[in-house]
Design a protein around this ligand. Structure first.
Ligand code: TRP
Length: 474
């Protein structure tokens, strides 16, 4: 079927920027970034994250948009179309499949976490008060222990996501982003200002930006790179799918730069707001995955106007999660409608239903099924951790690697240059980064994770030896 004639297009380049920021800014920036920064050396993590966004994230973002736009189709068709155009192997279509299916796997647990946020939003609306750290922990544990509560919110969130996708690209995805993204930005600015007035923003600033070289460890480097992938929605077909609705005039490079810059800014604002409150109340930034759900309600409960800002805060996180989650459902739904001609609403409800079922399994993995675990060497994962591990640690970096190789080495410079219209020097810079820096960076990180932990210190010593030698020379 020739679908190009009936394919939707975003109503402007800014609409594309908006929806792509919507996909990128999500639980990753507001829930994951602060606790990763908190537990991985603070400013060292922040600096490395910036570097990774610039050197790996931005080049890959451009490559993914390029494939989507050139291939004019869902990730699977886009890979097949471009492979045909460049006379490469149709096996590259598998990369599209990995993205499409990986995105659904992510969605199955992403939706459960978004459900936690909805539960807390509900509690805040009911006037939640948390008086001690023990109470905050007990509250979070009670949520995880209840399959009904988890399942209910997960179901509701999936309905929200499916509802948007069923309404189509412009009427659903673009419309939802047009409403939620400005709301998100306003709430974020309000919260940051409030954090500055009511909290300890200078402590937050120092924590995030006072850079200390000695805090950089290999594990911080790896965490920063992994997070750059996750927060820019890379390697999973989402950006390819959105790119396929981009018109031919828009400049991919400047568009990507906007997306990366805005995503990073939101992460920083959220970090400032969250750590201002955390430090004001003498709480620890190293709390881990429960950071915002345990420390913030406690902080909010002790401040004038706290309940109002708690509601705003959880609303903000819900918006951010919602606009990201729709980008995870879209790729497969696009494939169903374009390849099999299935009616969009039916495709959205069918796919969403399957993801929902897997998500129910994730809800149960915290309680009823908690004893079913995957244990191997130092790993001990329940279904939730397992899905996160499979997608964030394995599928995303591997797909990113394959995309860099495909665009950098397989597609051919001519076609790539037709899509990425940059001045020759800048183009060469980007192209070389994509060909060398991105693959080498990803391979290093990957080998690191594959390496059993007991070998890691030895490898670091070997890697650092040239620097030792240099230091001794001076
Ligand atoms: N970037 C989103 C976040 O930070 C999550 C996300 C949306 C995502 N789409 C993706 C992650 C595609 C990987 C791939 O929360």
């Amino acid at each position: 079927m020739n679908s190009s004639a009936i394919r939707s297009t975003w109503s402007s380049r800014w609409a594309f920027i908006l929806v792509t920021i919507g996909s990128s800014v999500g639980l990753g920036n507001i829930w994951k970034f602060p606790y990763m920064a908190g537990s991985q050396g603070g400013s060292a993590f922040v600096l490395l994250y910036f570097l990774c966004v610039l050197l790996i994230g931005l080049p890959l973002l451009m490559a993914e948009i390029l494939i989507g736009r050139r291939g004019k189709g869902n990730p699977v068709s886009a890979m097949l179309n471009t492979a045909e155009e460049t006379r490469s192997s149709p096996l590259w279509g598998l990369l599209g499949w990995a993205g499409v299916l990986g995105a659904l796997l992510i969605l199955s647990f992403y939706s459960v976490v978004a459900g936690w946020i909805m539960d807390y939003l509900y509690q805040a609306l009911m006037g939640m008060r948390v008086d001690s750290a023990t109470e905050a922990q007990a509250r979070f544990a009670a949520l995880l222990a209840s399959p009904w509560r988890l399942g209910l919110w997960h179901t509701l969130f999936m309905v929200l996501v499916i509802g948007v996708i069923a309404r189509g690209v412009v009427g659903g995805i673009e419309f939802a982003n047009r409403i939620m993204m400005p709301g998100l930005f306003l709430i974020l600015v309000a919260l940051t200002l409030w954090g500055a007035v009511a909290g300890d923003i200078s402590a937050a600033w120092h924590f995030l930006f006072d850079f200390r070289l000695e805090d950089i460890t290999p594990s911080v480097v790896l965490a920063a790179m992994g997070h750059a992938f996750f927060s820019l929605s890379l390697g999973m077909g989402a950006i390819m799918a959105y790119g396929s609705y981009l018109d031919h005039e828009s400049n991919i490079a400047s568009t990507s730069a906007w997306v990366a810059a805005a995503g990073t800014l939101v992460g920083i604002l959220a970090g400032l707001a969250i750590f201002s409150l955390t430090f004001q109340h003498g709480l620890q930034p190293t709390e881990g995955a429960g950071l915002i759900l345990m420390t913030l309600p406690l902080a909010f409960s002790h401040m004038p106007g706290g309940n109002f800002f708690a509601i705003l805060f959880f609303l903000l996180v819900l918006f951010a999660a919602w606009t990201s989650a729709i980008s995870l459902l879209e790729p497969f739904v696009a494939w169903l409608t374009e390849r099999l001609g299935i009616h969009r609403p039916a495709a959205a409800w069918g796919t969403g239903g399957a993801v929902w079922l897997l998500g129910i399994g994730v809800c149960l993995s915290f309680n009823v099924w908690a004893e079913y675990r995957l244990s191997w060497r130092s790993l001990d994962l329940n279904l939730f951790d397992g899905l996160d591990f499979l997608t964030s640690r394995l599928m995303m970096p591997l797909s990113g690697l394959a995309i860099a190789i495909y665009v950098g080495w397989v597609m051919g410079r001519g076609i790539v240059a037709e899509e990425i219209r940059l001045p020759p020097r800048l183009f060469a810079l980007w192209f070389n980064i994509l060909r060398y820096v991105v693959p080498v960076g990803i391979i290093c990180v990957f080998c690191w994770y594959a390496l059993p932990p007991e070998f890691r210190p030895g490898v670091i010593r070997i890697l650092l030896r040239p620097f030792d030698v240099l230091l001794h020379l001076f």
